[in-house]
Ligand binder design. Sequence first.
Ligand code: TLP
Length: 407
Amino acid sequence: MAQPPRPIAVDRPFPACEEETDDIRMSRATAPIVSIMLPQARSTASVIIRATYILPNGARTMPQKTIDLRSDTVTLPTSAMRSAMARAELGDDVYGEDPTVNRLEALAAERVGKQAAMLTPSGTMGNLCALLAHCGRGDEAIVGDGSHIYNYEGGGASALGGIVYHVLPNQPDGTLALDHLRAAVRWLDDPHSAQTRLICLENTHNHCGGTVLPPAYMADVARLARERGLAIHLDGARLFNAAVALGIDAREITRHVDSVQFCLSKGLSAPVGSLLCGDADFIKRARRARKMLGGGMRQAGVIAAAGIVALETMIDRLAEDHANARILAEGLAGLPQIAIDLERVQTDIVIFELRNGMDADTFVHRLRARGVLVGDMGGERIRAVTHYGIDAGDIEQALDVISSVLV
Ligand code: TLP
């Protein structure tokens, strides 16, 4: 039986809190963590070590890097973000006095062409604040059956806001069909019905495989919404992936919606945070909702500082993630045990299905044992997401591991 590799030497220890280069950051993400006893402090402290292993055949090797493709949420802040966080000028943001938060909110509003913006701890809270600001109790919000708002946000708008979800089927490309939308909107003067107030779109569309909703489609929905007196909220958790994929300014997308939420903590690599953007009155209402939800964050400039670096330096590089997702998708398409729709791979998300009778759970566990992490979407469906910290070599390695577990 094969012997597990045994650690024999420690190259160089890194104290856990000093400023990091990207090299150290990657090592920290993948190297073993050990606890040591500090002689004077009489307590333990974690340090990261780089161990060399001897394989059973006598060869020496470094531990393999874990290739984590579960989500772009696993990205770690860059060293530029960490130093900006350490230097950030701070104040109490609930009083509106954190200069770094104020700078981030102004920058975010400008990037999406809206009057105002508000920092939230998560995309989920950003979307919830938007729904609470657009709708009252008993009002109706139209959502896709594959949308994040409907599936993965704990039913918050309904549980906390008394808002009724009117669910329409997402088309495979992530859109809501215009004729479905037209038929779904209720007439405001009918006392029988909840009043339709809001249409929620998602761009890129996560569950549909990171698909991009084209601006022309968004314009059609905006026209329909205007005719029927409705607002549109865009869950743009990956808005900048859509803009980069289309090769356009994000404002070309967001000009068709009343409000937009985008995440700093996904492909843009910041550790925490999302921005909700809209007109000044809307953001005023959203601030009330955020406070009610416990999302007023005091010296949140430490988070905002990383967000500013994200918006200023991390958008264009999303193209690399898209290119790596394409390499992955094309490699998978060459494996007979896998079904994948290459047309749906437009950004950083790759969704595929197993066609060899293996269930997703078994596949995910086999890959994990070989150092590759992917997401189980139920049944035979798998999701892999590329991001900062994953390069083309990692994708080639992941493909080798995937083909080895399928045989
Ligand atoms: N998506 C996460 C999971 O929750 C599924 C992921 O790994 O993709 N809108 C969209 C479209 C999202 O994909 C997500 C997160 C959110 C909103 C929520 O953002 P957070 O996690 O910051 O609350």
